[in-house]
Design a protein around this ligand. Structure first.
Ligand SMILES: [Zn+2]
Length: 278
């Protein structure tokens, strides 16, 4: 076979392969979007409704249309993500629905890729102890850390079921481990955990950065006294966004009063106004 002829065949095969891959991706995307539309419109099982009403008090505050929207999001979450029980915990509908409903609160009213990097949620029965190795300049510090939950970039979200339940019972303390860890997932969607999730327009980043960094520094400087936001938010910008998210949902009124600019930024991002639900 002549070299030129061989080349033509290789090029044609390569074009055919690219065409096949593209067709496969387009079909996969289309069927996923059809499946999601079907899930969004699926009836919500009565047992699930009972679980969210009992375990997710925030749900009870939502306007009816938003409740229906959340039910659809819960269907998608449960269909697309895998739950794994750790430390002998058996995964039940209660665990899945309670976690899915709270995580999905963060997706309401928004165009969302549904936590695209997340495939698995690992659930431990109790607050667990994890080995940590952190780098402090040239020194590596190893130790043990008590964890309520964690969110890995391109990896799983890890939660302790007792913390999940504890966090939902009191919805005015500004602490909710599910909202916290899943807001980290939103932050990590662009590949960097820096407290800036993907915003709708490029121009929005300037205001976001200026308001959040100002509030972050203020929280760092705050000494004693009562604060609306948990001091853990002063750890780094990523934790600040996660703690701000918890506060936004659970202490909306106080946040709007004491940190109106921060509240407005989050209201704009989450496309929600939790003050109206109270
Ligand atoms: Zn965190």
């Amino acid at each position: 076979m002549e070299v030129g002829y061989k080349k033509v065949i290789i090029v044609k095969l390569a074009i055919a392969a690219v065409g096949l891959i593209l067709t496969f991706l387009i079909v996969k995307r289309a069927s996923r979007s059809v499946r999601r539309k079907r899930l969004l419109a699926s009836p919500f099982p009565a047992e699930w409704e009972q679980i969210v009403e009992e375990n997710v008090p925030l749900y009870n505050r939502l306007p009816d249309a938003m409740k229906r929207q959340l039910q659809g999001l819960v269907h998608i979450f449960i269909a697309e993500k895998t739950f794994e029980g750790c430390g002998g915990l058996e995964i039940t509908d209660e665990i899945k629905v309670t976690i899915a409903a709270q995580a999905s609160m963060l997706l309401l009213n928004r165009k969302t890729p549904y936590f695209p990097k997340l495939h698995t949620i690992l659930v431990y029965p109790h607050t667990y102890v994890a080995d940590i190795v952190s780098s402090n300049g040239a020194v590596q510090i190893s130790g043990r850390s008590i964890r309520l939950g964690e969110s890995w970039q391109n990896g799983p979200v890890v939660l302790a079921w007792d913390s999940v339940k504890g966090g939902t019972v009191n919805i005015t303390d500004g602490r909710n481990v599910v909202l916290h860890e899943f807001s980290h997932q939103l932050d990590q969607e662009d590949g960097i955990a820096d407290g800036a999730p993907i915003l709708e327009h490029r121009a929005r980043y300037v205001t976001w950065a200026s308001i959040l960094s100002k509030e972050y520094e203020a929280l760092q400087k705050k000494k004693g006294g009562r604060a609306v936001m948990n001091k853990y938010g002063a750890t780094n910008p990523a934790e600040f966004f996660a703690v701000a998210t918890e506060t936004f949902f659970e202490k909306a009124k106080q946040m709007k009063k004491k940190h109106p600019e921060l509240y407005d930024e989050l209201k704009d991002y989450y496309k929600l106004d939790p003050v109206e639900w109270q």
